[in-house]
Design a protein around this ligand. Structure first.
Ligand code: ZN
Length: 284
Protein backbone atom coordinates (compact mmCIF):
# COMPACT_ATOMS: atom_id res chain seq x y z
CA UNK A 1 0.00 0.00 0.00
CA UNK A 2 2.41 2.61 -1.30
CA UNK A 3 2.28 6.00 0.32
CA UNK A 4 0.13 4.92 3.23
CA UNK A 5 1.82 4.19 6.49
CA UNK A 6 0.35 1.95 9.13
CA UNK A 7 -0.16 3.45 12.58
CA UNK A 8 2.81 3.37 14.90
CA UNK A 9 3.13 1.67 18.23
CA UNK A 10 -0.31 1.23 19.76
CA UNK A 11 -1.09 3.39 22.73
CA UNK A 12 -3.11 1.69 25.43
CA UNK A 13 -6.61 3.08 25.49
CA UNK A 14 -7.08 4.18 29.06
CA UNK A 15 -10.67 4.63 30.02
CA UNK A 16 -12.15 7.02 32.53
CA UNK A 17 -14.51 9.72 31.49
CA UNK A 18 -14.37 8.95 27.80
CA UNK A 19 -15.07 5.24 27.79
CA UNK A 20 -17.83 4.55 25.31
CA UNK A 21 -20.82 3.62 27.36
CA UNK A 22 -23.70 3.56 24.95
CA UNK A 23 -22.32 1.51 22.11
CA UNK A 24 -22.48 -2.23 22.68
CA UNK A 25 -20.06 -2.92 19.87
CA UNK A 26 -17.46 -0.54 21.20
CA UNK A 27 -17.77 -2.15 24.61
CA UNK A 28 -16.94 -5.55 23.17
CA UNK A 29 -13.70 -4.73 21.41
CA UNK A 30 -10.22 -5.05 22.81
CA UNK A 31 -8.78 -1.66 23.78
CA UNK A 32 -5.30 -0.56 22.88
CA UNK A 33 -5.35 -1.41 19.18
CA UNK A 34 -5.06 2.13 17.90
CA UNK A 35 -3.38 5.42 18.52
CA UNK A 36 -6.00 7.52 20.25
CA UNK A 37 -6.29 11.22 20.97
CA UNK A 38 -8.94 12.24 23.40
CA UNK A 39 -10.66 15.53 22.95
CA UNK A 40 -12.43 17.10 25.89
CA UNK A 41 -15.17 18.91 24.02
CA UNK A 42 -17.47 21.10 26.10
CA UNK A 43 -20.74 20.02 24.50
CA UNK A 44 -23.50 18.47 26.54
CA UNK A 45 -21.09 16.04 28.13
CA UNK A 46 -20.84 14.53 24.70
CA UNK A 47 -17.20 13.73 24.06
CA UNK A 48 -15.61 12.49 20.87
CA UNK A 49 -12.57 10.26 20.83
CA UNK A 50 -10.25 10.66 17.84
CA UNK A 51 -8.38 7.56 16.72
CA UNK A 52 -5.67 7.56 14.05
CA UNK A 53 -6.12 4.61 11.70
CA UNK A 54 -3.84 5.77 8.89
CA UNK A 55 -2.03 9.09 8.46
CA UNK A 56 -4.85 10.26 6.20
CA UNK A 57 -7.69 8.55 8.08
CA UNK A 58 -9.05 9.19 11.55
CA UNK A 59 -12.07 7.80 13.35
CA UNK A 60 -14.33 9.85 15.59
CA UNK A 61 -15.96 7.63 18.17
CA UNK A 62 -19.09 8.88 19.89
CA UNK A 63 -21.06 7.44 22.77
CA UNK A 64 -23.06 5.73 20.03
CA UNK A 65 -21.45 5.07 16.68
CA UNK A 66 -18.49 6.35 14.72
CA UNK A 67 -17.62 8.73 11.91
CA UNK A 68 -14.49 9.00 9.79
CA UNK A 69 -12.29 11.85 8.60
CA UNK A 70 -10.32 11.53 5.38
CA UNK A 71 -7.59 14.12 4.86
CA UNK A 72 -6.38 14.82 1.33
CA UNK A 73 -3.60 17.28 2.15
CA UNK A 74 -5.91 19.51 4.15
CA UNK A 75 -9.03 18.98 2.05
CA UNK A 76 -11.30 17.06 4.37
CA UNK A 77 -14.11 14.58 3.85
CA UNK A 78 -16.31 13.26 6.61
CA UNK A 79 -18.02 9.89 6.31
CA UNK A 80 -21.00 10.20 8.65
CA UNK A 81 -21.13 12.70 11.49
CA UNK A 82 -22.45 11.19 14.69
CA UNK A 83 -25.62 11.74 16.69
CA UNK A 84 -27.44 15.06 17.06
CA UNK A 85 -25.41 17.60 18.99
CA UNK A 86 -21.98 16.26 18.12
CA UNK A 87 -20.94 18.96 15.62
CA UNK A 88 -19.20 21.11 18.28
CA UNK A 89 -17.24 18.09 19.45
CA UNK A 90 -16.24 17.32 15.86
CA UNK A 91 -15.17 20.94 15.39
CA UNK A 92 -13.03 20.72 18.52
CA UNK A 93 -11.46 17.50 17.29
CA UNK A 94 -10.70 19.09 13.92
CA UNK A 95 -9.09 22.11 15.54
CA UNK A 96 -7.04 19.80 17.76
CA UNK A 97 -5.57 18.43 14.54
CA UNK A 98 -4.95 21.88 13.07
CA UNK A 99 -8.01 22.14 10.83
CA UNK A 100 -10.79 24.70 10.79
CA UNK A 101 -14.28 23.21 10.38
CA UNK A 102 -14.59 25.06 7.06
CA UNK A 103 -11.94 22.69 5.66
CA UNK A 104 -14.58 19.95 5.54
CA UNK A 105 -15.40 19.91 1.84
CA UNK A 106 -17.85 17.01 1.80
CA UNK A 107 -19.95 15.02 4.22
CA UNK A 108 -20.98 11.61 2.89
CA UNK A 109 -23.83 9.94 4.76
CA UNK A 110 -23.84 6.15 4.59
CA UNK A 111 -27.53 6.16 5.57
CA UNK A 112 -30.23 8.15 7.28
CA UNK A 113 -30.10 6.94 10.88
CA UNK A 114 -29.67 9.67 13.47
CA UNK A 115 -26.46 8.26 14.94
CA UNK A 116 -24.86 8.79 11.51
CA UNK A 117 -26.59 11.91 10.20
CA UNK A 118 -27.54 13.74 13.40
CA UNK A 119 -25.10 16.62 12.95
CA UNK A 120 -25.31 16.91 9.18
CA UNK A 121 -27.23 20.18 9.08
CA UNK A 122 -24.68 21.90 11.32
CA UNK A 123 -21.73 20.56 9.37
CA UNK A 124 -23.39 21.65 6.14
CA UNK A 125 -23.51 25.12 7.64
CA UNK A 126 -19.71 25.06 7.79
CA UNK A 127 -19.79 24.89 3.97
CA UNK A 128 -19.67 21.14 3.43
CA UNK A 129 -21.57 19.49 0.60
CA UNK A 130 -23.89 16.78 1.95
CA UNK A 131 -23.94 13.61 -0.16
CA UNK A 132 -26.28 10.62 0.16
CA UNK A 133 -27.84 7.89 -1.95
CA UNK A 134 -30.85 8.90 -4.05
CA UNK A 135 -33.14 6.58 -2.05
CA UNK A 136 -31.91 7.90 1.28
CA UNK A 137 -32.06 11.58 0.41
CA UNK A 138 -35.88 11.88 0.68
CA UNK A 139 -35.75 10.35 4.16
CA UNK A 140 -33.01 12.72 5.25
CA UNK A 141 -34.97 15.66 3.84
CA UNK A 142 -38.06 14.57 5.73
CA UNK A 143 -40.07 13.93 2.57
CA UNK A 144 -40.31 10.18 3.18
CA UNK A 145 -40.76 8.34 6.46
CA UNK A 146 -37.90 6.41 7.94
CA UNK A 147 -38.43 2.66 7.68
CA UNK A 148 -38.52 0.81 10.96
CA UNK A 149 -36.10 -2.08 11.36
CA UNK A 150 -37.41 -5.61 11.57
CA UNK A 151 -35.84 -6.68 14.85
CA UNK A 152 -34.89 -10.23 15.66
CA UNK A 153 -35.51 -11.46 19.19
CA UNK A 154 -31.87 -11.09 20.18
CA UNK A 155 -31.70 -7.58 18.70
CA UNK A 156 -34.50 -6.16 20.86
CA UNK A 157 -32.50 -5.66 24.09
CA UNK A 158 -29.55 -4.36 22.05
CA UNK A 159 -31.83 -1.88 20.30
CA UNK A 160 -33.10 -0.63 23.66
CA UNK A 161 -29.53 -0.25 24.90
CA UNK A 162 -28.45 1.77 21.87
CA UNK A 163 -31.56 3.93 22.05
CA UNK A 164 -30.78 4.74 25.67
CA UNK A 165 -27.21 5.61 24.64
CA UNK A 166 -28.32 8.41 22.35
CA UNK A 167 -27.59 11.81 23.88
CA UNK A 168 -30.23 13.96 25.44
CA UNK A 169 -29.80 17.06 23.28
CA UNK A 170 -31.64 20.33 23.78
CA UNK A 171 -34.29 20.75 21.08
CA UNK A 172 -32.65 23.82 19.61
CA UNK A 173 -29.66 21.68 18.68
CA UNK A 174 -31.76 19.30 16.65
CA UNK A 175 -31.73 20.48 13.06
CA UNK A 176 -33.79 18.16 10.98
CA UNK A 177 -34.51 17.52 8.21
CA UNK A 178 -31.09 17.36 6.61
CA UNK A 179 -30.67 19.01 3.21
CA UNK A 180 -28.88 16.73 0.74
CA UNK A 181 -26.90 18.58 -1.90
CA UNK A 182 -25.83 15.66 -4.08
CA UNK A 183 -27.59 12.36 -4.66
CA UNK A 184 -25.44 9.44 -5.72
CA UNK A 185 -25.97 5.91 -6.99
CA UNK A 186 -24.05 2.84 -8.06
CA UNK A 187 -20.87 3.55 -9.95
CA UNK A 188 -20.51 7.17 -8.93
CA UNK A 189 -16.99 8.06 -7.84
CA UNK A 190 -16.49 10.70 -5.18
CA UNK A 191 -13.50 12.99 -5.31
CA UNK A 192 -11.52 11.97 -2.25
CA UNK A 193 -9.05 9.29 -1.28
CA UNK A 194 -7.95 8.81 -4.87
CA UNK A 195 -11.55 8.10 -5.91
CA UNK A 196 -14.26 6.71 -3.64
CA UNK A 197 -16.66 4.41 -5.47
CA UNK A 198 -20.26 4.39 -4.29
CA UNK A 199 -21.50 0.85 -3.61
CA UNK A 200 -25.23 0.57 -2.84
CA UNK A 201 -25.75 -1.92 0.00
CA UNK A 202 -29.52 -2.14 0.65
CA UNK A 203 -30.74 -4.10 3.64
CA UNK A 204 -29.87 -2.03 6.69
CA UNK A 205 -31.89 0.67 4.95
CA UNK A 206 -32.97 0.84 1.30
CA UNK A 207 -30.52 3.61 0.48
CA UNK A 208 -27.49 2.52 2.47
CA UNK A 209 -24.16 2.90 0.73
CA UNK A 210 -20.61 1.73 1.24
CA UNK A 211 -17.60 3.61 -0.09
CA UNK A 212 -14.70 1.73 -1.66
CA UNK A 213 -11.36 3.47 -2.06
CA UNK A 214 -9.36 1.05 -4.25
CA UNK A 215 -6.13 3.02 -4.23
CA UNK A 216 -6.09 3.17 -0.45
CA UNK A 217 -7.57 -0.33 -0.06
CA UNK A 218 -10.18 1.05 2.34
CA UNK A 219 -13.90 0.25 2.61
CA UNK A 220 -16.39 2.30 4.62
CA UNK A 221 -19.31 -0.01 5.35
CA UNK A 222 -21.80 2.10 7.28
CA UNK A 223 -24.05 -0.19 9.29
CA UNK A 224 -24.10 -2.99 6.73
CA UNK A 225 -21.29 -4.44 8.80
CA UNK A 226 -20.11 -3.87 12.34
CA UNK A 227 -16.84 -4.70 14.07
CA UNK A 228 -16.72 -7.12 16.98
CA UNK A 229 -13.76 -8.92 18.51
CA UNK A 230 -11.46 -7.87 15.70
CA UNK A 231 -13.58 -9.07 12.80
CA UNK A 232 -16.64 -8.02 10.80
CA UNK A 233 -20.14 -9.13 11.65
CA UNK A 234 -23.46 -8.51 9.94
CA UNK A 235 -25.04 -5.20 10.78
CA UNK A 236 -28.07 -5.18 13.04
CA UNK A 237 -31.46 -3.40 13.11
CA UNK A 238 -32.05 -4.06 9.42
CA UNK A 239 -35.13 -3.38 7.34
CA UNK A 240 -34.41 -6.45 5.16
CA UNK A 241 -31.87 -9.00 6.38
CA UNK A 242 -31.87 -11.05 3.16
CA UNK A 243 -30.93 -8.00 1.13
CA UNK A 244 -28.29 -7.16 3.73
CA UNK A 245 -26.69 -10.58 3.27
CA UNK A 246 -26.63 -10.06 -0.49
CA UNK A 247 -24.99 -6.69 0.08
CA UNK A 248 -22.34 -8.26 2.33
CA UNK A 249 -21.58 -10.73 -0.44
CA UNK A 250 -20.96 -7.87 -2.85
CA UNK A 251 -18.67 -6.17 -0.34
CA UNK A 252 -16.68 -9.38 0.13
CA UNK A 253 -16.00 -9.40 -3.61
CA UNK A 254 -14.18 -6.06 -3.28
CA UNK A 255 -11.39 -7.55 -1.16
CA UNK A 256 -10.59 -4.35 0.71
CA UNK A 257 -7.88 -4.67 3.33
CA UNK A 258 -9.11 -1.95 5.71
CA UNK A 259 -12.72 -2.06 6.92
CA UNK A 260 -14.29 0.94 8.66
CA UNK A 261 -17.61 0.20 10.30
CA UNK A 262 -20.36 2.37 11.72
CA UNK A 263 -19.99 0.61 15.05
CA UNK A 264 -17.06 -1.32 16.49
CA UNK A 265 -13.32 -1.15 15.94
CA UNK A 266 -12.13 -1.14 12.33
CA UNK A 267 -10.18 -4.01 10.80
CA UNK A 268 -6.83 -2.66 9.58
CA UNK A 269 -5.39 -5.79 8.01
CA UNK A 270 -6.90 -8.73 6.21
CA UNK A 271 -10.36 -7.26 5.78
CA UNK A 272 -10.94 -9.00 2.47
CA UNK A 273 -10.20 -12.44 3.89
CA UNK A 274 -12.32 -11.70 6.97
CA UNK A 275 -15.26 -10.74 4.77
CA UNK A 276 -14.93 -13.85 2.67
CA UNK A 277 -14.98 -15.89 5.88
CA UNK A 278 -18.10 -14.07 7.01
CA UNK A 279 -19.73 -14.65 3.64
CA UNK A 280 -19.16 -18.36 4.06
CA UNK A 281 -20.73 -18.34 7.51
CA UNK A 282 -23.97 -16.50 6.88
CA UNK A 283 -27.06 -18.06 5.44
CA UNK A 284 -27.97 -16.69 2.05
ZN1 ZN B 1 -28.01 2.44 11.05
Amino acid sequence: MAGVRRPGTPVPASNGWLTPTGDPFAARVTPGAFRAFRIRAPTYGFPVETVELLPCLHMFRFTVGQAYLWDDAGSLTLVDCGPPGSAPAIAAALRERGHEPEAVRSLVLTHCHADHSGSAAEIRAWGATVIAHRLEAPVLRGASPQQRPVLTDWERPLFDQVTRGMPDVPPQRLKYPVPVDEEVDAGDVLDFGGGARVVPVPGHTDGSIALHLPRADVLFTGDTLAGAEGRPMLGVFNTDRDRLVDSVRSLADLGADVLCFGHGDPVLDGGGAALRTLRGEVAV
